[in-house]
Design a protein around this ligand. Structure first.
Ligand code: ADP
Ligand code: MG
Ligand code: ZN
Length: 489
């Protein structure tokens, strides 16, 4: 049977979370929270006689992304009208860019189970978002609510070359891109709020061929999970059709979340359907080279570079470094902890991704808002490192620090959790435990080695868990071998 290869290109729409909209002074609000139509003016509601003005900050945000993805920025780009009629777009056209986009020819390296791969970025342009429609039905009379808060919000469209070959690669690309948008502080990455929408274009071709097959485009996916599933489903759907000798029709599809299938929405529109023409109300967008170099030099370290650095600089493994760089504030927190002396990177990761994460999960508080400062966590790690406190007690202290914002040393003193490492004290505890458990000691002496754990437990119990386990083991071994020798003698 013929072997097919999937060919996938992505169109990504990312809102740019500037203070105001793309062409007017209305604020960009959280559309899931703000009262409907509370951030609307004559410009973004498409009243006649108004003029758009380009938001400089939106252009700057878009340039950050363009430079982070190694695109060439066009010295001059042109806004264009994309005409279509739909009630979420009161003007009857969307201001977008068509023939001369803001930037082109970039790339993004992704990492999958089969290694690293470079995905080319074809182009990137600025446009405005549309409003939001809510379809309702009351007593069999359908109606639609319109909220224009989102109308005119700056939108960045990023288009890749058809370089992706599997659902796994598509997901890796999307995860990576979202991470970059968050690091650049242009988009919070809240996909469930629709702030990033992804449209995969999918076709199949005979393996080895370099022609493109007929594609289907899946609209507006807003989670990694539905993106991955929709792509996987669509590949199999097309494979089945082609394998049985049928043709793919070029269509726009939707993803039915409840049935987990792609469904046809409409036949694919062509560019001429939109009657694009240059926006007469806006001059060409000219980007000064100095502005580009200024933005270039202010770009932050991006997730991948940071993860690589964490591995070489701190000796972290791949997994831990990815976990930390997922969120820029988390990575910063980690490095702020390491800024203090005597903090081992590996144990810092373990405490952060272990105990601290679980406290954060339980409380729903994120790293930016927790009561434990990097200094305080460093102090706790130092106390563990110096043997002042054992792991179990340290966990209790951290929980208290998390709840109260207190300092580890004070909590330690107040709760009497300081570890007993003092050898004469430990020696006393061991002696008492042995004296209280003569039978166990006997059976140890006749060769039942497993009793050792029991005796260890008895000492720890007498110490209320606060004894330094290493010191206890050493002392227990010492006293028992003394007994053994006197026994043998
Ligand atoms: P539009 O969908 O607006 O017509 P394009 O034709 O520029 O835009 O393509 C959009 C996306 O679809 C790009 O990411 C491109 O790489 C991808 N693409 C184009 N043709 C195919 C194809 N035959 N198979 C898979 N992806 C494709
Ligand atoms: Mg398209
Ligand atoms: Zn407005």
């Amino acid at each position: 049977m013929a072997q097919f290869e999937a060919v996938i290109g992505l169109e990504i729409h990312a809102e740019l979370q500037t203070a105001s909209k793309m062409f007017c002074a209305c604020p960009v609000v959280d559309t899931t929270k703000a009262a409907p139509n509370s951030a609307v003016c004559p410009v973004c509601s498409g009243m006649p006689g108004v003029l758009p003005v380009v938001n400089r900050c939106a252009v700057e945000y878009a340039l950050r992304v363009a430079l982070a993805l190694h695109c060439t920025v066009a010295p001059t780009s042109i806004f264009a009208r994309k005409n279509y009629f739909y009630p979420d777009l009161p003007k009857g056209y969307q201001i977008s860019q068509f023939e001369q986009p803001l930037a082109h020819n970039g790339m993004l390296d992704i990492q999958t189970s089969t290694g690293e791969k470079r995905i080319r970025i074809r182009r990137m342009h600025l446009e405005e978002d549309a409003g939001k429609l809510t379809h309702r039905n009351q007593n069999n009379s359908p109606y639609t609510l319109i909220d224009l808060n989102r109308a005119g919000v700056p939108l960045l469209e990023i288009v890749t070359e058809p370089d992706l070959r599997s659902a796994e690669e598509v997901r890796a690309f999307a995860v990576m891109l979202r991470g970059i948008l968050r690091y650049l502080e242009v988009n919070s990455g809240d996909m469930d709020k629709g702030l990033i929408r992804i449209e995969p274009n999918i076709s199949l071709r005979l393996s080895g061929s370099d022609e493109l097959g007929t594609r289907a485009e899946i609209k507006n996916l807003n989670s990694f999970r539905s993106l991955e599933r929709a792509v996987a489903y669509e590949i199999e759907r097309q494979r089945a059709l082609l394998s049985s000798g049928q043709l793919i029709s070029q269509e726009t599809m939707g993803w039915d979340e409840s049935r987990q299938v792609t469904v046809p929405q409409r036949s694919k529109e062509a560019a001429h359907d939109y009657r694009y023409f240059p926006e007469p109300d806006l001059p060409p967008l000219v980007i000064e080279p100095q502005w580009i170099s200024k933005i270039q030099s202010s770009l932050p370290e991006l997730p991948k570079e940071k993860a690589d650095r964490f591995q070489t600089e701190y000796g972290l493994n791949h997994y831990d470094s990815l976990l930390l760089v997922d969120d820029r504030s988390l990575a910063d927190y980690f490095e702020n902890v390491l800024a203090y002396p005597r903090v081992d990177p590996k144990s810092a990761v373990n405490w952060i991704t272990g105990e601290l994460f679980s406290l954060m999960n339980q409380s729903g508080i994120d790293i930016l808002h927790i009561a434990v400062s990097p200094l305080q966590l460093a102090q706790l790690l130092q106390l563990v490192d110096m043997g002042e406190i054992n792991q179990t007690s340290a966990k209790a202290v951290l929980a208290e620090m998390f709840a109260t914002g207190g300092n580890p040393a004070e909590i330690l003193a107040a709760q009497g959790l300081r570890q007993i490492s003092d050898s004469s004290h430990v020696s006393e505890l061991v002696q008492t435990a042995l004296a209280d458990n003569l039978e166990a000691v006997e059976s140890y002496l006749v060769g039942k080695e497993t009793v050792l754990n029991f005796l260890f437990g008895q000492v720890m119990r007498a110490a209320k868990g606060k004894a330094n386990p290493e010191v206890v083991r050493r002392e227990l071994d010492r006293q028992l071998s003394e007994l053994k020798e006197s026994d043998a003698a």
